[in-house]
Design a binder for this molecule. Structure first.
Ligand code: SER
Length: 318
């Protein structure tokens, strides 16, 4: 039986990944790792164990790993792209120094490690259409620089020490549970909240700007699937392109408008977000993930919109 530690369990991905892992492996086999000030609440707190696991404190992470006999770590600690740009040093400290600590603990206690990378690991000089798995990665943001570093560091620990590291390059993740904080793709989450609240949405990203996106259930499924994949079939490890849908603001707007004809949107472009979005792929080629571990998304834009609106209406009771 696996014993899993989720680092960043109260964050955008962690809050849902922890619950999904508990439903698959048993509540008491999944520890919700959090930092001071971001303690688990509600069902996340009540359904299983939790412990302080700050990636900047290697001893604290090692203690949790020992106490719960952890064999698999999902390391989700990171700052998103826009916030990272405002505090590059902290982004590096959490994303890169933090990963180093996690990998050292994993080496000592023989844990497998999942550390997500992102569409943000690419830059302007990357081919933007059907971005290949192995291609130019010269990002211009500290978020991207740290993501490329985590990919390489994870590969390095696999090659040098045999640590079972695996990861994906997530697209922008859309969910109705925990809102993202300070990313470039956040607009594609926010737009649904505005629609359901009956408010006009002001879009910070220019018409025509394509980015890869994924619905949370698919993102969770992919992460767990990769960690369960037969290692003999993995040619790549860190980090698989993961795609499921690619759209521009006007396309997601149109998909919501089909359900809510009165919904309105206008553009007020945020220069930093636009600059970052322009440097990322329009759409990635994820054929390596499909071939090496059977990746297959379930949701397209229409299916996601239907589900998001339904779930948010329940959440806001309207
Ligand atoms: N969602 C992230 C961001 O926008 C990209 O992976 O920063």
């Amino acid at each position: 039986m696996k014993n899993i530690l989720v680092i960043g369990a109260t964050g955008q991905i962690g809050s849902e990944l922890t619950m999904e892992l508990r439903s698959r492996y048993g509540n008491h086999h999944v520890v919700a790792g959090y930092i001071k000030g971001a303690e688990p609440q509600g069902v996340l707190k009540e359904s299983g164990p939790s412990a302080i696991a700050d990636v900047t404190d290697a001893d604290a992470v090692a203690k949790v790993v020992r106490d719960y006999q952890i064999d698999t770590i999902y390391n989700l600690a990171a700052l998103l792209s826009v916030v990272a740009e405002r505090n590059p040093r902290l982004a590096w400290k959490i994303g890169v120094d933090g990963l180093w600590n996690v990998l050292e603990v994993a080496r000592e206690y023989h844990c497998a490690v999942f550390t997500p990378s992102s569409i943000g690991s690419f830059g302007l000089s990357t081919p933007h259409v059907m971005t290949p798995q192995d291609t130019i990665q010269r990002p211009s943001t500290i978020y991207g620089v740290s993501k490329v570093t985590t990919e390489l560091l994870s590969d390095y620990y696999y090659m040098k020490y045999g640590v079972d590291t695996r990861s994906v390059r997530y697209p922008g993740i859309i969910s109705y549970v925990t809102p993202p904080g300070g990313g470039t793709t956040d607009y594609a989450v926010d737009i649904y909240y505005y629609a359901v609240r009956g408010e006009k949405f002001v879009c910070p990203i220019k018409q025509g700007t394509l980015m890869d996106m994924i619905y949370m259930p698919d993102a969770l499924h992919a992460s767990i699937m990769l960690m369960e994949a037969d290692p003999a079939k993995l040619v790549h490890r860190n980090a698989f392109n993961l795609a499921s849908m690619s759209f521009a603001p006007e396309t997601i707007y149109a998909s919501i408008k089909k359900h809510m004809p009165q919904f309105e949107m206008e553009y007020r472009v945020d220069p930093l977000k636009q600059h970052i979005a322009d440097s990322w792929p329009d759409c990635m080629d994820d054929s390596c993930a499909r071939q090496e571990w059977g990746w297959q998304p379930k949701y397209d834009l229409e299916a996601m919109t239907t589900d998001m609106l339904e779930k948010l209406r329940l959440k806001f009771n309207n």
